[in-house]
Design a binder for this molecule. Structure first.
Ligand SMILES: C[S@@+](CC[C@H](N)C(=O)[O-])C[C@H]1O[C@@H](n2cnc3c(N)ncnc32)[C@H](O)[C@@H]1O
Length: 146
């Protein structure tokens, strides 16, 4: 077993999951804050130089696990590891946000899709190295083509 501890918490405009845009073509422009615990502030040194960040966080309010399920984008069922469903064996989530500015241990960001008070487990700079023409989008490409 693993024990993870939050490095901070999200301050998001979303209080309930129904408020988060979802489904095909959903856009995430919500602004908010990643408030990192003061003890970890030294770990933010030099983060200002990056335009986008990976935020790894916990689905702390998801319920249960669904290995095969239907999401808002498609009526067909898919395996959990082929989706971004919150109902996963390990309730971990990954969101790319735009870093707007930093004030000490507070990161102001755009592109949130998580609820207010969500625990943050890690932050890493976003570096995309895969050429767009090499990316395959699986079942999502079929839905988008309809
Ligand atoms: C489809 S998941 C995608 C999350 C992340 N971008 C990912 O790919 O792992 C986003 C949904 O998770 C739900 N959600 C957001 N914050 C949550 C939390 N703290 N606990 C449980 N569910 C949450 C909301 O319903 C939101 O629409």
């Amino acid at each position: 077993m693993l024990t993870l501890r939050p490095i901070g918490f999200v301050e998001s405009p979303y209080q309930e999951t129904s408020q988060v845009p979802r489904g095909l073509g959903a856009q995430h422009h919500a602004e908010g804050v990643l408030r990192i615990l003061p003890e970890f502030e030294p770990g933010l040194t030099d983060i200002e130089g990056f335009s986008h960040l990976f935020v790894i966080w916990a689905f702390d309010r998801s319920q249960g696990v669904e290995l095969i399920g239907r999401g808002p984008a498609d009526e067909r069922p898919h395996g959990v590891f082929a989706t971004r469903s919150p109902r996963r064996p390990n309730p971990l989530a990954l969101t790319v946000v735009e870093l707007l500015r930093r004030e000490r241990e507070v990161l102001f960001v755009r592109g949130l899709d998580m609820l207010d008070r969500t625990p943050i487990l890690d932050i890493k700079p976003y570096l995309s190295s895969i050429a767009p023409e090499k990316l395959r989008r699986g079942w999502l490409a079929e839905v988008e083509a309809r």
